[in-house]
Design a protein. Structure first.
Length: 204
C-alpha cells in the first residue's frame, strides 16, 4: 500500500528494506562538471601554472646538464693518458702508481739519510790565513789552512815559504782543538773554520 503524499513512512530515503536489502528511495544524481567551461574560465591561471612548470623543468635540465658536464670533465681528467677503458681499471692503475711512488719515496729517504751521514764527515768547514813570516820574502806566500768536518774533526796544514825552501806541517784536529801546539796563524785558521759552528750554537 502506498502511503498518502506527505505521510511519514518511518524509513529514510535511500535506506535498504527487505531480506534482499533492496534500495528504497531515489538515487541522488551527481552534478556534471563542464571541463570546457572550467578551462575557459581559468585559462589565464592554467597558462601561468603551465609556464611555471615548464620553467622549473628547464632550470632542472640546465642544472643536470652542468652536473653531467662537470662529471664528464673530471672523468676525462682522471682517464687522461690512460689506455684503460673502464673506470675500475683506471683507478687500479692509479693506485698501483701511488704505491710505486711511495716505495720510490722511501728509497729516496734512505739515500738522503746516507748522504746526510756522509756529509757530516766531509770537509765542510774551511779556514785560510795567508801571512809573511819573514821580512826578506815578498808577499804573503805562507799560509795556514784548516779543513774540518761537521763535528770539527780534521786537520790544519801550515806552509812556511822562504827564499830557499818551503816547509809544510800538518796537525790533527778533534772537536776544533789541535792535538799539538799551534801558531797564531793556525789558531786563526781554526777559529775561521769553526765560526759557522759558533753561529749555529749561538742561534739555537
Amino acid at each position: 500500500m502506498v502511503p498518502p503524499r506527505g505521510e511519514y513512512t518511518g524509513r529514510p530515503v535511500g535506506s535498504r528494506d527487505g531480506p534482499g536489502g533492496r534500495l528504497v528511495g531515489h538515487h541522488r544524481r551527481r552534478p556534471n562538471i563542464d571541463a570546457r567551461a572550467f578551462i575557459d574560465t581559468n585559462l589565464v591561471p592554467l597558462a601561468i601554472l603551465a609556464a611555471l612548470v615548464g620553467l622549473t623543468l628547464a632550470v632542472a635540465a640546465v642544472v643536470q646538464f652542468r652536473r653531467t658536464s662537470s662529471l664528464t670533465r673530471r672523468l676525462m681528467a682522471i682517464t687522461r693518458g690512460s689506455e684503460e677503458r673502464s673506470l675500475e681499471a683506471i683507478l687500479e692503475a692509479h693506485l698501483t702508481r701511488v704505491h710505486q711512488v711511495g716505495r720510490e719515496v722511501g728509497d729516496l729517504e734512505a739515500r738522503t739519510a746516507v748522504l746526510e751521514r756522509d756529509l757530516k764527515r766531509a770537509f765542510s768547514r774551511v779556514g785560510l790565513v795567508r801571512y809573511n813570516p819573514f821580512e826578506d820574502t815578498g808577499g804573503n806566500q805562507s799560509f795556514a789552512l784548516a779543513l774540518l768536518d761537521e763535528h770539527g774533526d780534521g786537520f790544519v796544514v801550515s806552509s812556511l815559504h822562504t827564499r830557499n825552501l818551503t816547509r809544510v806541517y800538518a796537525k790533527g784536529v778533534k772537536g776544533g782543538q789541535s792535538d799539538a801546539a799551534v801558531s797564531a796563524e793556525e789558531s786563526e785558521a781554526l777559529r775561521l773554520a769553526m765560526a759557522p759552528l759558533a753561529r749555529a750554537a749561538g742561534g739555537s
